[in-house]
Write a new protein. Sequence first.
Length: 467
Amino acid sequence: MIKFEYANISSKIIGEQGLDIEASFSEYAPRIQEIITNLNMNKDKPGSWLQWMNLGYNEETVWYVKEFAAMVDGRFDNILVLGIGGSALGGLALSHALLKPYWNLLSREQRDNFPRIFFLDNIDPDEITALLNILDLKKTLVNVITKSGSTAETMSQFMIIKNKLQELLGDDYRKNVVATTDKQAGILRQLANEEGYKTFVVPDDVGGRFSVFSAVGLVPLALVGLDIDEIIKGIKIMDLALKNTDINKNIAAQNALIHYLADKQKGKYISVMMPYSSRLKYVSDWYVQLWAESLGKEFDRAGNKINNGPTPIKALGATDQHSQIQLYNEGKNDKIITFIRVEEFDNTLNIPNIFEYTGLNYLGGKSINQLINAEADATAVALVDYKRPNVTIKLPKINEYYLAQLFYMFEMQTAIIGELYNIDTYNQPGVEQAKNYTYALMGRMGYEESAHELNEKIGRNQQTAGL
Ligand code: PA5
């Protein structure tokens, strides 16, 4: 199992900036027990948005995903995923972590005959044009993913690509499309039915940012040869461990409570995610979305205006030791840092003993592996010296099994802290607001009134800016 270490948040180590862990755990034990019991009891209740807790047990989906991957095996050179937010970040983070680094630059042989994979999760015209110039669309399987079926970013990309595919392949273009969307609602579902695309379902009551273990994440991962069964094993073992209602034995509850109390009692409302591994770089992007969209809420469940906001930040070790760490050590003491460390990398890279200079010869004969872990230790100790709280999650290795554990732990941690804050973890009115404004500005029918108002506001802004 992955491990969680929290000594560096304790007041025994960092004094009054830290928490009295034993006292806090025992004070909150009944509340945590109640939260975990309720989450498990309510997970099948329609409208509770807790179906993400069942994704590790959805054998039918796993079977269909594997069957589809086997069916298209060898047919495509590229997988192109179109999606944004929760519809892209999980697949992106897991494929980046689990595939061999620089996957898309490897030869087909080096990729064991599996395709390259690209995620378009933005609408930059230069980036999209460049990618379409590189990809041979005839040999590209496009996985368009949108739960709502109408997100402007995803659907505009799809409209461009569908058009090009159809020009190239005629009616056969549909064999190059697989759509992941709601089982019956939304425009993409309607289109898929009319055009006859292969489809997968985003299950009911699974929000985008909690959908990584549904077909949303599993389809792209299976298409590039990753081991879906190991992912499922990882989710299940973690789910069982996190069903434990005793806070002393439940790492998601521990980290949720630590973050909650660090925010509420010690003013540490910024949550920095800092893996010491380039392969885990996008895990931070996924975490940032999960934390921000789930926990940044204007109102609590009782309707009180609280503007809740534990702000997530992404960092990367060791790179950001030469950037953000200055701020974390000496700036405002308002952060709690989560390190993710890898105990055993796939490769051991030795540093040759080639220089006699005293400033370099200490490196010779050591390994890069030793160096990155020494840097992680050094950063944690320096933070402690400055009385800055930090916790560490240790992954024995980077593989499907441990990554699934990690992601599921973060999902559960988010669910638990949402309950502690007493907010609706699963809605996103702030995101919907911007989506609706975009529809209005782009002239979607039904949004005319809002468009008029918006144009006035934009005009005012530009005047103020002297444009
Ligand atoms: O987590 C969420 O709910 C959002 O980030 C959505 O995933 C994102 O807005 C994309 O929505 P959709 O899948 O409907 O295109």
